[in-house]
Design a protein around this ligand. Sequence first.
Ligand code: NAD
Length: 306
Amino acid sequence: MSTDRKLNPVNLPAGIEAEYTPGGALILDGKLCAKLLREEVRLEAQHLTDVVGRSPGLAVIQVGEDPASSIYVNNKKRACEAANIRSFSYHLSEDATLKDVLDLIESINNTPEVDGILVQLPLPKHISEQLVINAIDPGKDVDCFHPLNVAALFGRNQKFLPCTPAGVMEILRRYRIDVAGKKALVIGRSNIVGKPMALLLLAANATVTVAHSKTVDLSSACRNADIVVVAAGQPGLVGADDFNERAVVIDVGINRVGRKVVGDVDFKSVADKVAAITPVPGGVGPMTIAMLLRNTLTAFKEHNDL
Ligand code: NAD
């Protein structure tokens, strides 16, 4: 086990200090980054509420009784309240029809106090997620799932950033980790994480490779990369032998194993080898909600020409 510090970031922002694992890897503390970002949103929301005469508003729609969704929805409501964002809750029963959901979205699209609309996924099987997402006013689509906002990721003037990938970029930015010119590997190609992650890294001038379940020799692609973002939903998918010593490892995975929540990276062994790593929990997860709050504030500013 080496105790050499392979990364010594300078000019870290106020509130962030470099902390290391016993093996010398910089710990990328997403929980701390999220706390700082939420406080920034809270202060700006408070100030702009005074200017505009109303607070930013986020509508959260839940359909059905999925227990995990109920926890996520409650977390989002609490985060809104703490950030001076008004939350509006809509809960439809499991047997709601597609038309019920579309009618509700249309009415919220036309509610001026609501700046952002979030539909908690997954929806019950009989309701098409894509049709529901398509119905959201793109100017209120703070999850950045609407096709127009997804297409905007190909350009440079997108309104909203996809929350989880943008959270990853924000962690890298706050820890002063340069992305330009680096070899970045994204493991996973989902529409929510992997693909938009690759686009954001590309926009930041990384040379990007995307690996997925059909990739041959994932390990050598990994060992060749400077930055690895793992978003496969497979606990223990990659371990110490899969990384070089300069690697910056971002673990997006959230997996329940028994009573524990773990990522996709074997944290214990990898943290003793690489240059920097996000823990799970306390890494990317907290950034996702923080970016949602920031997108809601962005929508509010847009709606009020600020
Ligand atoms: P998904 O199931 O939609 O996609 C998984 C991707 O991983 C697929 O593209 C698949 O090809 C790839 N994959 C699967 N097995 C692989 C393997 N053995 N080798 C290489 N690639 C493989 O999942 P998702 O929605 O993208 O989520 C991925 C993980 O991130 C999950 O654990 C999820 O819970 C987590 N997640 C976390 C946050 C957060 O806020 N931190 C947000 C969204 C998702």
